[in-house]
Design a protein. Structure first.
Length: 335
């Protein structure tokens, strides 16, 4: 059995959920070791995988609104991470050498790539962006260094809703990757105490937002933090298997993130999201959706108060391409 070391960015949960979706496609073809700080989430999602806690990269930092990037704070954090990068590489090489994997996959940390090259271990990047694309608005950042790191990758699997990712020459494009539901819609709604006839809206936004929802008796709100003007609202903690809640909803309201969007699209659930055009990944995702006639972005959210428009378009579910990701990984291992 092949051993695959999977580096997952700690930047939000989207990287982890889609990486888990890919790993769940494997049965006895591979053994996974996952490098990420959120070991509890991994252990609940993949109890048979080994998780090694540790920071894998430094991404951008958000402003207090949770949507836009704080470029000044981001520059300080990113500069600090890369100032210490040489010593981090030494420590990481010791860890990787002990694991001795047959393949290294990363979403989307460049950290293991120079080590994989040095140790002659093949490597694959799987993502919808690179940090080169994300750091483009940071004044004075030396993207040449990041380019050199990413060029150590043997191959790239590019997900949809992506930035250009032009640094990779050996690149394979696939469709959306997302976690499949593990519980039925009936089970989820019974667990929440929501009637089948209710129009269920999941609002996955932080507490600094207030959402005004039309006062209709058949609407039921589930919120993970945002304040709601309706008595028909349930406050919940985010779920590890959040795709089950998404698949059981009639509408999702969230920030513009790959995880939420991909899980909505593959379950045929309409989504409305908050996005900032100065955020490179959010802009790339929204631009691609607009090109597909999916106009999902919410305007005028900067005050923190949003009046929700329930004029939505129903779309058929988009087929998940999780098996294609698995096939490309296994094909790469065979060659």
């Amino acid at each position: 059995m092949k051993k695959i070391l999977y580096f997952v960015s700690d930047h939000g949960l989207g990287h982890l959920t889609r990486s888990i979706a890919i790993m769940r496609e494997f049965s006895d073809e591979a053994e996974f070791v996952i490098r990420n700080s959120n070991t509890q989430f991994i252990e609940e999602s993949l109890p048979n995988a080994k998780a090694i806690s540790g920071k894998t990269d430094q991404g951008t930092l958000s402003q207090n609104n949770g949507i836009s990037i704080d470029w000044e704070k981001s520059k300080i954090a990113i500069d600090t991470w890369y100032d210490e990068f040489d010593s981090t590489l030494i420590k990481e090489q010791e860890i990787i050498s002990k694991i001795n994997p047959d393949l290294i996959i990363t979403d989307v940390s460049p950290l293991p790539l120079p080590i994989s090259k040095k140790l002659d271990i093949p490597s694959i990047v799987i993502s919808n962006f690179t940090w080169i694309d994300m750091f483009s608005n940071i004044p004075g950042f030396q993207n040449n260094f990041l380019s050199e790191l990413y060029q150590n990758a043997s191959m790239c699997i590019q997900l949809p809703l992506s930035t250009p990712m032009s640094i990779f020459k050996n690149k394979q494009k696939i469709g959306l990757v997302s976690k499949k539901p593990t519980k039925s819609k009936d089970y989820v709604r019974k667990t929440l105490g929501v009637e089948e006839s209710k129009f269920l809206i999941l609002i996955n936004l932080p507490s600094n937002f207030t959402i005004n929802v039309p006062s209709e008796p058949n609407i039921q709100i589930v919120t993970t933090g945002a304040k709601i003007n309706s008595a028909n609202s349930i406050m919940i903690q985010p779920w590890v298997e959040g795709q089950n809640l998404i698949a059981s909803s009639d509408l999702v309201v969230s920030k513009c993130g790959y995880g939420m969007i991909s899980e909505c699209l593959t379950n045929g659930v309409p989504i409305k999201f908050l996005m900032d055009n100065e955020h490179p990944e959010q802009k790339a995702m929204n631009d691609e959706l607009v090109s597909l006639n999916m106009n999902s972005s919410i305007d005028n959210w900067s005050s923190g108060e949003i009046s929700l428009d329930l004029n939505i378009s129903q779309l058929p579910p988009i087929t998940r391409d999780n098996p294609k990701a698995k096939d490309l990984i296994l094909e790469f291992l065979r060659n």
